[in-house]
Design a protein around this ligand. Structure first.
Ligand code: PMP
Length: 307
């Protein structure tokens, strides 16, 4: 990975090389971390972070679910993200805040362990490859299911949740696909290993509901807003697996994947087997927004160097 110069640790900036932790850190043994993935774009107005506040809110929600008190206000955390980007003098980057249970008493109970906060930033290109954004990717239905409700909370973006995503991703790559689509324990389409999913059929835009064991994606929320504003009907409803096979178009959304079209699933071609027209419409509206080619009418962007 492309490393940067500074990492924010519990309120101060330290050198990238010094951001190390002890092997007996609670999070390493039990997965007790919560984190975010945020993008800072190079826009026509300068460097701007996409949905900073919403990401920090989700981080605090994830921490709350796991009874972790982050010893900074949300405003301080937002400022820390901007300070970290500035300290690294980056024009565009990926931002990874992480809060975890640190070194302390060993054992499952985390309540006696410290809560550590870090923010790292680095330059990161297109997650599923440069071509994926235009050509689309080939995906499979995973043989793994999402965690059932009332097991591991899907709404928390916690480190431990990603053991499931890792199994899905490794299986997909091993079998020659770019990504795996995971069903929930009722057999409905939930999401990708690190992305939400949208399906288009007869000009209606469908996406799985929050109750379908998904992470409530911030890109998902924005794409729904953009789609409704453009006049498309958007339905948050349970999606049967076979609906993907007969869809006209489908795409994935996420901070890393941005808006990536699907061209096949389980080797069944979706629509014309290339980016469809509604996907292209939503994708260009999304990139126009985050790359600053249109006015920030919803206040989704935070300028890094001007503030
Ligand atoms: N689902 C999962 C499991 C994810 O890891 C992500 C990436 N954070 C998403 C969905 C998409 O969320 P967002 O648009 O907020 O990045």
């Amino acid at each position: 990975m492309g490393k940067a110069k500074k990492i924010w640790k519990n309120g101060s900036l330290i050198n990238w090389e010094d951001a190390n932790i002890h092997v007996m850190t609670h999070a390493l043994h039990y997965g007790t971390s919560v984190f975010e993935g945020i993008r800072c774009y190079k826009t026509s107005r300068g460097s701007e972070v996409f949905h900073l506040q919403r990401h920090v809110d989700r981080l605090y929600n994830s921490a709350k679910i796991y009874r972790m008190d982050i010893p900074f206000t949300r405003e301080e955390f937002c400022t820390a993200v901007l300070d970290t980007i500035r300290a690294n003098e980056l024009e565009h980057c990926y931002v990874r805040p992480i809060v975890f249970r640190g070194f302390g008493p060993m054992g499952v109970n985390p309540l006696g362990n410290s809560v550590e906060s870090y923010i790292a930033v680095w330059e990161w290109g297109k997650y599923l490859g440069d071509e994926a954004i235009e050509q689309g990717v080939d995906v499979c239905t995973s043989s793994w299911n999402r965690a059932a409700p009332n097991t591991i909370p899907a709404m928390a973006k916690a480190g431990g949740n990603y053991l499931s995503s890792i199994l899905v991703k490794m299986e997909a790559l091993t079998n020659g696909y770019s990504e795996g689509i995971v069903l929930d324990t009722n057999g409905y389409v939930s999401e990708g290993s690190g992305e939400n999913i949208f399906v288009i059929k007869d000009s209606v835009v469908w996406t799985s509901p929050i109750s379908g064991s998904i992470l409530p994606g911030i890109t998902r929320e924005c794409v729904m807003k953009i789609a409704r504003e453009k006049g498309y009907e958007v339905r948050e409803q349970f999606i049967p697996r076979e609906f993907l096979y007969i869809a006209d178009e489908a795409f994935l959304t996420g901070t890393a994947a941005e808006l990536t079209p699907l061209r096949s699933i389980d080797r069944i071609q979706i629509g014309a087997g290339k980016r469809g027209s509604i996907t292209a419409d939503l994708q260009s509206a999304f990139f126009d927004f985050v790359e600053g080619r249109v006015e920030d009418k919803w206040g989704w962007m935070t300028n890094v160097y001007a503030s």
